[in-house]
Design a protein around this ligand. Structure first.
Ligand SMILES: [Zn+2]
Length: 499
């Protein structure tokens, strides 16, 4: 059993359904902002109460409010139910009287009752995870003796959940978290009735049990298009199997990736699109500036330009996504195990290491930055591989581009030009990316050897060929450089040599 999703265009039966979808998405945004404000207030109150001493030190009348600082979705769910039913408790009333809650003070929130409860309430789970991400980042910064820098826009620390605006970074939407009802190509939206889901003729997972549905508004303000992403629980037998065996290393670069067989995977060429986006961005900035100076809302022309800009950005996103899907499919069809560089985590630790050896810190910081840019461009490929390939192994990227794949000699001099690799020790010449991909594969082989012996492959061999493939990710636990069977080609020595 695995979770796979399909994205459909939503075809409404009548206009009221589309309107209610928009309202539900708006309520999601409203509830997110309301709880963000409420939690800010409760946090301030809790700090105040702590500062004044123990709660029981106070006589009854002067006791500070005992605010529950818990921001878990469970406590927020309870509060949401209370607010929705219109029964405000003492704390919520105090919140409405506070500066944080002033905006909500004379609002009638009974309209929340007209909307489906579960999809509106579910946004609090997202808020909960946003807080968790923030607390994690905060704890990590604290462990290093730092504080998170504050944002200019709202004065909150970096990673703190943001208020959601009408024109946000993410499209409007809502989630049906459970009890999804589907009948063929029809989906039931709570309180809105049945709608048709449209996806051309390609439905690999239709008929599997639907688990959750995420509805997102796309298109433009004037012509919104709604999309539903249905997450299905798909039986293993229905999954497209990954290649039965074989290993590939992949070196990812800014414009293309190269695998250890020398195959090149090009990122889509978006030069024209990028130029158009740049031009629209300039025009949009001018329109924003005009509206700011005149104090008027943005002109119709300005809004049209913003819409065109968003359309181009969506197009670019689709192209990248498409390429990531095609490349990952090609890789997963070619080899069972795909070895890639661990771009995210290693980037930071390595740049720190670099400063010790080399006082020229800027160079190393630049390298870390490049790595981050790389990771952002190839993140989608990685996520796709995670579920398409039989096994994904991530290795330390240090020196993969400076190491000779034949003799293991490591030197900056090996990399004379950007594209060409020439070993200063043995004279081996190769395409630099191909050489790096072979090194990456060599570095990952010991980890795959372990997994092959005990995990995925052993089980796969028990199943008759061609029926199914187990998708195991044996990435947990320390990588032990033990390889069953005879040592492979020369490049294995690179792995065991101290770097
Ligand atoms: Zn060499």
């Amino acid at each position: 059993m695995a979770i796979r999703s399909e994205r459909y265009r939503v075809r409404f039966d009548h206009r009221g359904q589309a309107e209610m979808c928009a309202q539900t998405a708006g309520a999601n945004r409203f509830v997110w902002n309301l709880f963000l404000a409420y939690n800010d207030w409760s946090y301030r109150m809790a700090r105040k109460a702590r500062g004044y001493g123990r709660w029981t030190d106070f006589p009854e009348a002067q006791r500070p409010l005992l605010v529950d600082p818990g921001r878990t979705w469970q406590t927020m769910y309870k509060r949401f139910t209370m607010i929705r039913s219109g029964k405000y408790d003492r704390e919520f009333q105090a919140f409405l009287a506070s500066p944080e809650g002033a905006v909500y003070a004379d609002q009638d929130l009974s309209w929340l009752r007209d909307l489906p409860s579960a999809p509106v309430r579910h946004v609090l789970k997202y808020l909960d995870s946003a807080y968790r991400r923030f607390h994690k980042a905060h704890a990590e910064a604290k462990a290093e003796g730092n504080f998170l820098p504050r944002r200019k826009s709202d004065g909150k620390p970096k990673y703190f959940p943001r208020r959601k605006g009408r024109q946000g970074r993410k499209p409007d939407g809502f989630t049906i978290p459970d009890n999804v009802r589907m009948d063929g190509d029809r989906l039931r939206l709570p309180r809105m009735g049945w709608v048709r889901l449209d996806r051309g003729r390609n439905f690999p997972y239709r008929g599997c049990a639907p688990k959750t549905v995420r509805l997102l508004k796309g298109g433009t303000d004037r012509h919104p298009k709604w999309y539903a992403t249905v997450a299905y629980a798909v039986p293993t037998a229905r999954l497209k199997p990954a290649a039965g065996d074989g290993e590939l290393g992949v070196d990812r670069n800014v414009r293309q990736a190269t695998d250890s067989e020398g195959e090149v995977y090009e990122q889509p060429d978006t030069a024209n699109l990028d130029a158009n986006i740049k031009r629209k961005q300039r025009k949009a900035a001018k329109a924003r500036e005009r509206s700011r100076q005149s104090g008027q809302p943005m002109s119709n022309r300005g809004r049209r330009i913003c819409g065109q800009l968003r359309k181009l950005q969506r197009k670019k996103k689709r192209r990248r996504e498409n390429a990531a899907h095609q490349h990952s499919r090609q890789l997963a069809d070619t080899a069972h195990t795909v070895v890639i560089e661990n771009l995210n985590t290693q980037g930071m630790t390595k740049s720190a290491k670099g400063t010790e050896e080399n006082p020229g810190t800027n160079v190393k910081q630049k390298a870390g930055l490049n790595r981050e840019i790389l990771a952002s461009g190839w993140g989608q490929l990685e996520r796709n591989l995670d579920y398409k390939a039989g096994q994904v192994v991530k290795v330390d990227p240090a020196y993969t581009s400076q190491t000779c794949a034949v003799c293991g000699h490591i030197s900056k001099e090996n990399r004379k030009a950007q594209a060409k690799f020439q070993c200063m020790d043995c004279g081996h010449t190769a395409n630099a990316d191909h050489n790096a991909a072979i090194n990456i594969l060599a570095r990952g082989l010991p980890m795959t050897g372990q997994a092959r012996g005990a995990g995925a492959s052993a089980r796969r061999e028990a199943i008759p060929l061609g029926t199914s493939t187990t998708r195991e990710h044996d990435r947990r636990g320390p990588p032990t450089p033990v390889r069953s069977g005879p040592p492979g080609p020369d490049c294995v020595s690179v792995v065991n040599s101290p770097i």
